[in-house]
Design a protein around this ligand. Structure first.
Ligand code: BES
Ligand code: MN
Ligand code: ZN
Length: 489
């Protein structure tokens, strides 16, 4: 785990393994560079502050700085350098400074804005960018960042700076946990193991946790979770978590798709399509991590989560195309394609949450390839029955850099999931698959304001990005936590 702190020490006095200082295009030296006396060295290296042009200087006798090394890092044009650009720039840097163990930076002083926001963005960049998943490597090749110090000016903003460092620490830890869960091979994380991870977290953080076993799910009629799970030797679970931060007020309700592995079931995927399907519990992981962060940040609001988990396998007892299942609450659905399984397990959880009459429901799911076609690999699709709620979540996304964009829940498409023999069927026709999937979910939320977040694209990065290596991204934990904190404020 990385720890974060805020300091108002003079840059040249900061004791860290590496001190990261910004240089704008020109070169125009950012906060702290002059004090280290390294301007000439940067110029002598023929560097101009272009994005990514950096110079690493290790400390020698007589140098005017206390850090073990100074990294003068080019960030490009000053006028386009905002908090989001800073988060990304430091994310890139973080992947190469792990060996120093302790990194410090004056970057928050280089951008206009509120100290808290800037310190948080800088800290998130360094923390998330340094993330590695090396549990399965027999030799640990890289050391990771243990400590990050955000260097600010003056005492006035010190309180905001300290709080922001703490917030970032909680968020980086939560996002990293979500990434770990998603990166873990499905063979090592069946539904019961995911539920066990949730219980351990809840105990450590002071949340209430109830895990529904297969027998209990049968008794209460969770036909969607059971139907999807029945083709696997690993039985399904439903994980219920409760956070009480505000007496008896109406809670925010959360759920996330927890398919431990999606083979497609009898409507089986091809080998390529299955390669990354351990990520199909990314929605569940994002909700678990959100609950962990909330438990630590303690906003004055109540939050309840119900997370369904099953493994979608084509075993001898698997559900068959054409089967009809009865969801929690009684709605029936015809399963024409067993690969459209996420909506089947979410339906049960949504019905359970709607029964609690919450203030709103948010679900996250790696639900459709169609959403990836629509929005690409970086953007979460948002659909819901309440425009104001969709706006609110889009704003939370923009504020945190977890990009979310609305897709229309077009009324005319509702009939595409009409079934001949049941209430609804689990696939539409060829087009608009992200929207017909959302219509399916909409059947189960009653009149509770609800938004569905399709994270099929951004849950996983094939190539790696500014804020982390190849693999799980932890999207949209930062947006969800922001949404909850904003609701509490
Ligand atoms: N888990 C997949 C969606 C997915 C695909 C997520 C690729 C991430 C990357 C989902 O269960 C699925 O198989 N969806 C089908 C639905 C179809 C059968 C209606 C899809 O999108 O093809
Ligand atoms: Mn599927
Ligand atoms: Zn799936």
């Amino acid at each position: 785990m990385t720890t974060f702190s805020f300091s108002t020490d003079a840059p040249s006095e900061v004791k860290a393994g590496v001190l990261i200082l910004p240089v704008f295009q020109g070169p125009e030296f950012g906060p702290g560079v002059k004090e280290t006396g390294l301007q000439q060295a940067y110029k002598d290296a023929k560097l101009t502050g272009k994005k990514g042009e950096s110079l690493l200087v290790t400390k020698r006798n007589g140098d005017r700085f206390s850090a073990g090394a100074v990294l003068l890092h080019g960030v490009g044009e000053r006028r386009t350098f905002d908090a989001a650009a800073m988060r990304k720039a430091l994310g890139r840097v973080a992947s190469s400074v792990g060996r120093f163990g302790h990194a410090a930076t004056t970057f928050p002083q280089a951008v206009k804005g509120e100290t808290g926001d800037l310190v948080q963005a800088a800290a998130e960049g360094l923390g998330l960018g340094a993330y590695r998943f090396d549990r399965y490597k027999s030799k640990n090749e890289q050391t990771s960042l243990k400590r990050v110090t955000l260097v600010g000016t003056g005492k006035a903003d010190a309180k905001a700076g300290r709080q922001a460092a703490r917030r970032a620490e909680v968020l980086v830890d939560a996002v990293s946990w979500a990434r770990d869960l998603v990166n873990t091979p499905a063979g090592d994380l069946p539904p019961a193991a995911l539920a066990w991870e949730a219980q351990k977290m809840a105990k450590a953080e002071g949340l209430t946790c109830k895990v529904w076993t297969e027998a209990e799910l049968k008794k209460r009629g969770f036909g969607g979770i059971l139907g999807v799970g029945q083709g696997s030797v690993n039985p399904p679970r439903l994980i219920e978590l409760t956070y009480t931060g505000d007496g008896a007020s109406t809670p925010i309700a959360l759920t996330g798709k927890g398919i431990a592995f999606d083979s497609g079931g009898l409507s089986i995927k091809d080998a390529k399509g299955m390669e990354t399907m351990k990520i199909d519990m990314g929605g569940a992981a994002s909700i678990l991590a959100t609950m962990k962060a909330i438990a630590r940040l303690k906003p004055k609001v109540n939050v309840v989560a119900a997370i369904p988990s099953a493994e979608n396998m084509p075993g001898g007892a698997a559900q068959k195309p054409g089967d009809v299942i009865r969801h929690y609450g009684g709605t029936t659905s015809e399963v024409l394609n067993t690969d459209a399984e996420g909506r089947l397990i979410l339906a049960d959880a949504l019905a359970l949450l709607a029964e609690k009459k919450p203030a709103c429901i948010i679900d996250t799911a790696t639900l459709t390839g169609a959403c990836m076609v629509a929005l690409g690999t970086d953007i979460t699709g948002a659909m819901g029955n309440d425009d104001a709620l969709v706006d609110e979540i889009v704003k939370a996304g923009r504020a945190t850099g977890d990009w979310i964009w609305p897709l229309p829940l077009h009324q005319e498409y509702r009939r595409l999931i009409d079934s001949n023999i049941a209430d609804i069927k689990n696939i539409g026709d060829r087009w608009g698959g992200a929207i017909t999937a959302a219509w399916f979910l909409a059947e189960f939320v009653g009149d509770v304001p609800w938004v569905h977040l399709d994270i099929a694209g951004p849950a996983f990065s094939e190539k790696g990005n500014d804020l982390g290596p190849k693999g799980a991204t932890g999207v949209p934990v930062r947006a969800l936590v922001r949404f909850v904190l904003d609701r509490a404020a």
